[in-house]
Design a protein around this ligand. Structure first.
Ligand code: FMN
Length: 239
């Protein structure tokens, strides 16, 4: 095992504490990602930095969708930073890096890992509250995932990681009805832009992808039917 995976899930998690203190809506907690995750070993991510190398204005000015990557792993600290920018908890009340209608947080992030220093290949889930990863499937699934895209986007498999942004719609529609669906899509957009800007600041490259076969992506990452994939985001060092 490339990394110490001995940190087992704590019964009294940050999530449970926040829930007890009433800081988070109960709906998002009740509609979980999938049941057995609470029992899987957790990989503690490096602490993300709150300072970057470039200004937010420079990141906005420089940001581009880039589809060519070097064959070079990214660091675990870079992965941690990207995930934090997407969904990290940034407030003691449980609020996150990206805004969310009603603070219901319908999005879940899965990471298809090919080349990350210290991490085995596989599909991982990001636990935003615990700042941890849980492995869900082993093996290099990048080529299969690339073939689930449409428009012949084979370049996807060259990225060291591919983030899969999924939504559990019920978390939001249970409060806002069908209008909640548009809120969920808006939130995926916020996450996508945060990832673009964080990647730019880290000197990494990415592109958001909407053209793929939903059922195929779900079959490959195999994370249960409640998770509906909205974005694939390949990320790596630009070539
Ligand atoms: C909702 C959405 C879906 C997209 N889907 C794809 C895609 O499937 N493949 C791709 O190569 N780029 C995709 N893009 C990226 C756009 O092609 C890109 O943003 C556009 O060409 C403008 O370039 P820029 O991002 O460098 O400004 C998508 C962008 C958005 C916002």
């Amino acid at each position: 095992m490339a990394i110490n995976m001995s940190m087992m899930a704590l019964k009294w998690t940050r999530r449970a504490i926040l829930k007890t203190l009433g800081f988070m809506g109960t709906t998002s907690l009740a509609i979980g990602v999938y049941k057995y995750m609470e029992k899987t070993p957790k990989i503690l991510l490096p602490e993300p930095s709150k300072d970057g190398n470039i200004s937010v204005e420079r990141a906005i000015a420089n940001r581009r969708s880039i589809r060519r990557f070097k064959s070079q792993p990214i660091g675990l600290n870079q992965l941690s930073q990207l995930l934090w920018a997407a969904q990290g908890v940034t407030d003691t009340r449980g609020f996150r890096a990206s805004p969310s209608a009603g603070a219901l947080y319908p999005l879940e992030i899965f990471i298809v890992v090919g080349e990350v220093e210290g991490l085995n290949e596989g599909v991982y889930h990001y636990d935003a509250e615990g700042c941890t990863l849980e492995i869900h499937r082993a093996g290099d699934l990048r080529p299969e995932l690339a073939s689930a895209s449409t428009l012949n986007q084979t370049w996807i498999k060259d990225a060291p990681i591919i983030l899969v942004i999924c939504a559990i719609y019920e978390r939001t529609t249970s409060k806002y009805g069908s209008r909640g669906e548009r809120y969920v899509h808006m939130e995926a957009g916020h996450v996508g832009e945060n990832i673009y800007l964080q990647a730019e600041s880290l000197g990494l490259a990415c592109t958001v992808i909407g053209a793929f076969l939903d059922d195929e992506v779900l079959r490959i990452i195999d994370v249960g039917e409640k998770n509906e994939p909205l974005y694939l985001i390949p990320i790596g060092n630009p070539s």
